[in-house]
Design a protein. Structure first.
Length: 230
């Protein structure tokens, strides 16, 4: 208890000296020349450091995905508008289940935000219920995409059948693969016992939500591209 009081007094003194432009007093036995700048080597990382680290990693991942899909989009638009392809481009009729799949994915974003709200209110049971519902809706979306592919295959529309169908399969399959990565993250964050010293559940939920909402927005873009580009 006495050590805590002394530490608090020392912090007050340091703060006063800092505002007056003076140099804070050094600890006993500390000449200020240590490599750690007077910090205990076992002290935790500054608050916010972990948040920036994980948020930056997800941001870099999302940026790389955007660049990858933008390259594919550019190829799609160039081939679609080339003069020699204007009269030979044969579009495909998008399966109706894609609209249901879109509703499922948008609903998963809503339930994810409800889960975050439950977690902020310290309602563990409500959080896990909404998080599980989010994961289930994401899984249903992937199942719906498989059904859409099977419906096209039943009509004789394959990846190599025509240029438009090739892009449809490439866009939707690659999106589903990236979404599966998001599903794995949802499962890990929701049910894995996280190490609070590295990343707490609130931070893990926040970072996972960034990626999930990003995948939802990417799907809306791809669906609009496929619908108007056919």
């Amino acid at each position: 208890m006495s050590g805590t009081v002394l530490d608090d007094i020392e912090l007050i003194i340091e703060d006063v000296h800092g505002h007056n432009g003076g140099k804070p007093p050094s600890r006993d036995g500390d000449d200020g020349g240590g490599d750690d700048g007077g910090r205990d080597g076992n002290s935790p990382e500054p608050r916010g450091h972990g948040s920036r680290k994980y948020s930056t990693a997800v941001a870099v991942a999302m940026l790389s995905i955007v660049m990858f899909f933008m390259v594919l989009t550019a190829a799609f638009l160039v081939l679609r508008t080339e003069p020699q392809n204007l009269h030979t481009w044969a579009g495909i009729r998008l399966p109706r289940i894609l609209w249901l799949n879109t509703c499922l994915l948008m609903a998963s974003s809503a339930t994810l935000e409800l889960a975050r709200r439950r977690l902020s209110m310290d309602e563990s049971r409500g959080f896990h219920r909404m998080w599980a519902l989010t994961t289930a809706l994401g899984g249903l979306f992937v199942v719906g995409q498989v059904i859409a592919w099977r419906q096209l295959a039943a009509q004789g529309v394959y990846e190599t059948s025509r240029m438009a169908s090739g892009f449809f399969y490439v866009f939707t399959v690659l999106h589903a693969v990236h979404l599966l990565g998001g599903l794995c993250a949802l499962l890990y964050v929701g049910w894995h016992k996280l190490d609070a010293s590295r990343i707490g559940r609130p931070l893990a939920v926040e970072v996972a939500s960034y990626y999930w909402h990003f995948m939802d927005g990417l799907w809306l873009f791809l669906l609009a591209l496929l619908y108007f580009g056919q």
